[in-house]
Design a binder for this molecule. Structure first.
Ligand SMILES: NC(=O)c1ccc[n+]([C@@H]2O[C@H](COP(=O)([O-])OP(=O)(O)OC[C@H]3O[C@@H](n4cnc5c(N)ncnc54)[C@H](OP(=O)(O)O)[C@@H]3O)[C@@H](O)[C@H]2O)c1
Length: 304
């Protein structure tokens, strides 16, 4: 049989489930890092393929690496190729390539934020993004507060003219209760609660999202999902990716802190909570919180 040397084709786009987003610019602080390349870029690519990004959407990457727009786009292309596991859909790519921009600079340099304001205004005019901006903090936690402070000082959190401005913060949100409260207070001085999105990307994983449907909409499991029929629950977090270039991060943050207070607590609470009164975010959060309040830490039994 003749062998083909053709590249594999991109698979069919996923169905559009959900509402298309507003026109906006996504500013990624830390755009040359691991989180951006491995998770954010593939997520944006998949949203674009599913038709869920507004036609008036753009990305502005900010990081220390001295890259031009063109070099940044090449990295984005490589990230899609590497992490989406298929060849890049050329229509989506052409659209992406015209709306990805890059601003090099150091977060500690106050001059960076004046340049950011200029770049945002220019991209906004070119792409009609209605001055809606959101800032994604793909940066080390020590920068969360200082970067948002500078964004706000430059008027870039203001929502006076009918547009919105938001900030997205990945875990770790502080390294203990005190530091989490301090970060919260700092942010709330700079932005309204509704402008702050504290996120855990684990909640976007399909298996995690399926837990609720599996538990509450499944006539076989729902009646037996309780302590009378379940002896114990074991949660295994099986990672396919090793430490790779993230040794510095894990050494500083701690592996337990990286997984347990966020991802694993989410899994525990989704597995054990009572049915929420609706699937509204606050209703689900309230039921999850009840489980966390009910958990009692037991002393670890030592065998030696
Ligand atoms: N990676 C993950 O899977 C993951 C998952 C969940 C949460 N997170 C969180 O996401 C954040 C980022 O993690 P990461 O793994 O992406 O880290 P990373 O690979 O070290 O990337 C950090 C980024 O920040 C930039 N940067 C660092 N210091 C800077 C400065 N002073 N001025 C300007 N840019 C600076 C780096 O730019 P240069 O490269 O140009 O220096 C790089 O683009 C961390 O808070 C982490 O906890 C990561």
């Amino acid at each position: 049989m003749a062998q083909t040397t053709e590249e594999p084709k991109a698979t069919a786009p996923p169905p559009r489930i959900g509402k298309q987003g507003d026109p906006c610019i996504m500013v990624i602080f830390g755009a040359a890092g691991d989180l951006t390349g491995r998770l954010l870029i593939p997520a944006l690519y998949n949203l674009a393929r599913a038709g869920l990004l507004s036609k008036e959407f753009a990305v502005l990457g900010v990081a220390r690496a001295q890259l031009s727009d063109e070099e940044f786009r090449k990295r984005v292309y490589e990230d899609i190729k590497t992490y989406c596991g298929e060849c890049v859909d050329s229509d989506v790519w052409d659209w992406f390539a015209s709306r990805f921009f890059y601003l090099p600079g150091d977060f500690n340099d106050k001059g960076l934020y004046a340049k950011l304001k200029e770049s945002l205004s220019k991209i906004d005019q070119e792409h009609s993004t209605h001055q809606n901006f959101f800032y994604y903090m793909a940066v080390a936690p020590k920068y969360f507060g200082p970067v948002v402070e500078q964004i706000a000082a430059n008027g870039l959190m203001d929502q006076n003219d009918g547009h919105w401005r938001r900030v997205v913060i990945e875990k770790p949100f502080g390294h203990d209760l005190e530091s989490a409260k301090a970060l919260n207070q700092q942010l709330l001085k700079l932005a309204d609660e509704k402008q702050i999105y504290r996120i855990d990307h684990y909640l976007g994983k399909e298996t995690v999202q399926n837990i609720m449907a599996f538990r509450f909409a499944n006539g076989i499991f729902e009646p037996v999902w309780n302590r009378r029929y379940i002896d114990h629950v074991q949660i295994s977090v099986a990672e396919t990716v090793g430490v790779e270039g993230r040794g510095g991060y894990f050494d500083q943050a701690g592996t337990l802190r990286d997984m347990v207070p966020n991802h694993i607590m989410q899994l525990i609470s989704l597995t054990a909570m009572e049915p929420p009164i609706s699937f509204d975010a606050n209703a689900v959060r309230d039921e999850q919180a009840k489980i966390l309040h009910a958990i009692r830490a037991r002393p670890i039994r030592r065998w030696n």
